[in-house]
Design a protein around this ligand. Structure first.
Ligand code: ADP
Length: 612
């Protein structure tokens, strides 16, 4: 057993160890491959992002060239661009810092004639002569040289009329201011229309106009100043247009971030454009900021691009990571961190699964083979044990009748005056014992022939009732001696069948001998021959110890003896029923048992008879 285990387990353990090593190596390789793949993807993404940004920069700069006068750049050409600023004397100027509308406003307001007129009106207002002031405003409007001056004067007129308590007229003027184009801004870059709007909120009809105005401001071309954005957001909030409100909030955040960048600029971004393209990450949401050599006499141009938008434009699944976490996208993006989602399942893990399955299959097969081997070995061992038991049983069985024969013949020889009747009894015993001996030897010899496949049956027409009666006669003497009664029931209408007479006799005698051996205290045995359909049935019944159901199938196996009979020292070699089954089968029939422990047994040989 130990040898068997060693033979099976040692190669298996070696195989398993080898496979585990292989799996380990495969894992390492896979991890290395994943790292390489990750680096490759990051490099590629870095290159793509860089080329997208540089392209954007070039296109944006190309648009700036014609404006080479150093004036504030126009609106960016791409949504991804947060702003385009210029650097003068080391200071970053934001687009709305240099609004031409604001400059124009300042120039027109300060124009001597216009400024003088306004001062005059203001003096009237201070003196609370509102009527007079309004009339003067109207005159200023008529005389104004420039629409921006007109617009401003109209706003002041509306405010003046309001103070004078001339509400309807004031509203009319506000309405006209509301309709002014957004380019009319004051010195804070706030469109004048935004100042009129709050006075018209009470009027449903005007609300639509206000909404149109702020929507135009949100979608229009031009940089709204931070002050204009705050006003616009308040208006959107009052009108409960959350979509516009959040849009302005976003823009305010952009302005704040841009102003923060403006303050930090000198520290953050090298003003001299670097030789290598360089995009510094700044703020939250992250902007990528780059400095370009400026056309048109400015120190440099600054481009800020929203990192998220740029990544989205690349269709990338990468997202921005917090500072210090995640991976870098290369030297061009010194402080940008991105998080690359884990790669989808690698084909290598499929190989691993295959390897593990193969290992599991090998284990199963090995264990199965080991089990089959173990079962065979166990059977062989059992058979060897049964054989050796058989030899001792047979020797024992042979000895008993021989001893009896010797004992009786010696007694007869010594006692010369023995009477005739005792002599006859002794001789009967000797005859019966030698017949038993003969049967035993026949059984052993026949079994040997069966084992070699050399058992030959000599068939001839046989009348079954004769064979059954013959067996009853042969067993008669031993039965009588042991005090048994034989109940014989023979149907005499059966036709003769083709059979080996001696073999059938041997089979019936084996069953009768067993009935005697396993009768326990009972002394009745039944022997019956009857016809059932196309079969002849020979049944031997006893009222003895019986057989447990789980033994029924095995008692016909060679050398097999039920444990009960062994423990009760009933002599036997485990061959009788094997021979009965073989003989029945050779005659085209079979043998069946019906029995339960303590309730006796019936063994029935079934033999087919040919139809008459
Ligand atoms: P043996 O009788 O020599 O042991 P057999 O092949 O004739 O061998 O029978 C096999 C086993 O079947 C017996 O050991 C016994 O346990 C059981 N057996 C056979 N006939 C009977 C019977 N009539 N009653 C109870 N058990 C029986």
């Amino acid at each position: 057993m130990l040898l068997l285990l060693t033979a099976v387990l040692v190669p298996y353990i070696v195989l398993a160890a080898l496979s585990l090593r292989l799996i380990g190596q495969e894992r390492q390789l896979e991890a290395r491959r994943a790292v390489e793949e990750r680096e490759r993807r990051l490099t590629l993404l870095g290159q793509q992002l860089l080329s997208l940004l540089e392209n954007l920069k070039l296109r944006q700069l190309a648009r700036l060239v014609p404006r080479g006068d150093g004036s504030a750049p126009g609106l960016p050409m791409d949504r991804a661009i947060a702003f385009v600023g210029l650097v003068r004397e080391g200071r970053l100027r934001l687009p709305w810092d240099d609004d031409p509308g604001v400059r124009l406003f300042r120039r027109l307001i300060n124009e001597a004639r216009f400024a003088g007129q306004l001062r005059q009106v203001e003096a009237e207002e201070r003196a609370a002569r509102y009527e007079k002031a309004s009339a003067l405003y109207n005159r200023v409007i008529e005389a104004a040289r420039h629409p921006a001056q007109q617009a401003y004067a109209r706003l002041l007129l509306a405010q003046g009329l309001e103070k004078a308590g001339r509400k309807p007229e004031s509203r009319r003027q506000y309405e006209r201011v509301l309709e002014l184009p957004l380019e009319h801004v004051d010195e804070y870059g706030v469109p004048l229309a935004f100042y009129a709007a709050p006075h018209l909120l009470g009027d449903d009809l005007r609300r639509q106009g206000i909404l149109r105005t702020i929507r135009m401001a949100a979608e229009g071309e031009g940089w709204l100043s931070p002050a204009a954005l705050y006003l616009a957001r308040d208006l959107a909030r009052t009108l409960k247009v959350s979509e516009l409100e959040s849009r302005f909030t976003e823009q305010i955040r952009d302005r704040e971030q841009a102003e923060a960048l403006q303050a930090d600029f000198a520290r953050l971004v090298p003003v001299r454009p670097a030789r290598e393209p360089l995009w510094s990450a700044y703020g939250q949401p992250v902007w990528l900021v780059s400095v370009a050599a400026g056309p048109g006499g400015v120190d440099a141009w600054v481009l800020a691009v929203r990192a998220n938008e740029a990544l989205r434009a690349l269709d990338s699944i990468v997202r921005l990571a917090g500072h210090g976490e995640g991976d870098s996208l290369g030297e061009s993006f010194p402080d940008l961190s991105v998080a690359l989602p884990a790669t989808v399942e690698h084909p290598a893990s499929y190989r691993q699964t295959l390897l593990i399955s193969a290992l599991a299959l090998t284990l199963t097969l090995t264990l199965l083979a080991a089990y089959l081997l173990w079962r065979d070995v166990r059977r062989d061992v059992e058979l060897a044990e049964m054989r050796s038991e058989f030899v001792s049983s047979v020797s024992h069985e042979l000895k008993t009748p021989l001893t009896t024969v010797r004992m009786f013949t010696e007694t007869m020889r010594l006692d010369e005056e023995m009477d005739r009747q005792t002599q006859c009894e002794y001789l009967d015993t000797v005859l019966s014992e030698s017949e038993r001996l003969g049967r035993l030897v026949d059984n052993v010899l026949d079994f040997a022939k069966i084992e070699q496949g050399a058992r030959i049956y000599h068939r001839q027409p046989v009348r079954l009732e004769e064979v059954v009666e013959e067996s009853a006669r042969v067993i008669g003497y031993p039965l009588k001696q042991s005090g048994f009664t034989l109940d014989l029931a023979v149907e005499r209408t059966l036709p003769p069948i083709e059979a080996d007479r001696d073999a059938l006799l041997q089979a019936i005698l084996n069953l009768l001998t067993n009935a005697m051996k396993y009768s326990g205290k009972s002394r009745r045995i039944g022997l019956e021959l009857r016809r059932e359909g196309a079969n002849a049935l020979i049944a031997v019944t006893d009222c003895g110890v019986g057989i447990a159901p789980e033994e029924h199938a095995r008692i016909f196996d060679r050398f097999y003896r039920a444990p009960a009979s062994q423990s009760q020292y009933i002599p036997g070699a485990g061959l009788g029923l094997t021979l009965v089954a073989h003989i029945a089968k050779a005659h085209g029939g079979d043998v069946a048992v019906r029995s339960s422990p303590g309730a006796g047994s019936t063994f029935t040989i079934r033999l087919p008879i040919r139809a008459e």
